[in-house]
Design a protein around this ligand. Sequence first.
Ligand SMILES: [Zn+2]
Length: 267
Amino acid sequence: MIAYRKKSALLFVVALAAVVTAAGGVRATEQSRSLTTDVELLKVKIAQATRMLAREGIIASSGHVSARIPGTDRVVIGPADVTRDILTGADIVTVDLNSRKISGKRREPLETEIHTGIYRARRDVMAVVHSHAVHSVVFSVTKKPILPISVHGAIFADGVPTFEHVGHVNTRDLGDGLARALGLHRAVLVKMHGAAIVGASIEEAFVAALQLEENAEKQLWAAATGTVEPMTAEEAARSVRQSFQPSSIQKRWQYYQDLERVATPPR
Ligand SMILES: [Zn+2]
């Protein structure tokens, strides 16, 4: 009887251990599944942001959007070799902070260092847009500063520096140099080439990229019309508080998503 009880107790312990292990296994699987789901969601958003920026002329045949995978030294980024307007989540590649490809069926961009250089230097940055927009890049040629002259442009009131290198940003030294030029700013111009805009999320970097270009265009029109008088520091702070809230960012993201949806014929 005692032997039977001991055997039963042993069986119970073994069964309990199996349940605990199974539960732990389920938890581990759920965690890895949710991490995978999060990464897949990031890829879909990168593709979406890229298509929407292409539609607005901020990104053309080149230019890319990336995001840091939270809690890792991995970055998901739009590829070199797919037309931006038709990019999907399946095209997005994963690289490490040394710009080496980890996974993905497409080629990583030639200028991955624009992104990884910034991620190495700025832990607060979770997303980067590399744009080739017309109006903002003009300011890297004339050396006239981009000024806060619109409510949406107020997020650039602390200035937009220029990285004084003409050509591709395709080496680690150039990536580090670009990150140094960016400093703690929200955007940096790349001389006669484009810009890099950063954010705490894909949505934030996307909206900031639009707002940099909109402000630059309005400033050019203002300069063509008369004297440019930027807003004061107080006006800029108020504008940022009022127009760069998470809800304002989400509203603009939703607007461009809806534009894309109504423009895409049903299949
Ligand atoms: Zn470029």
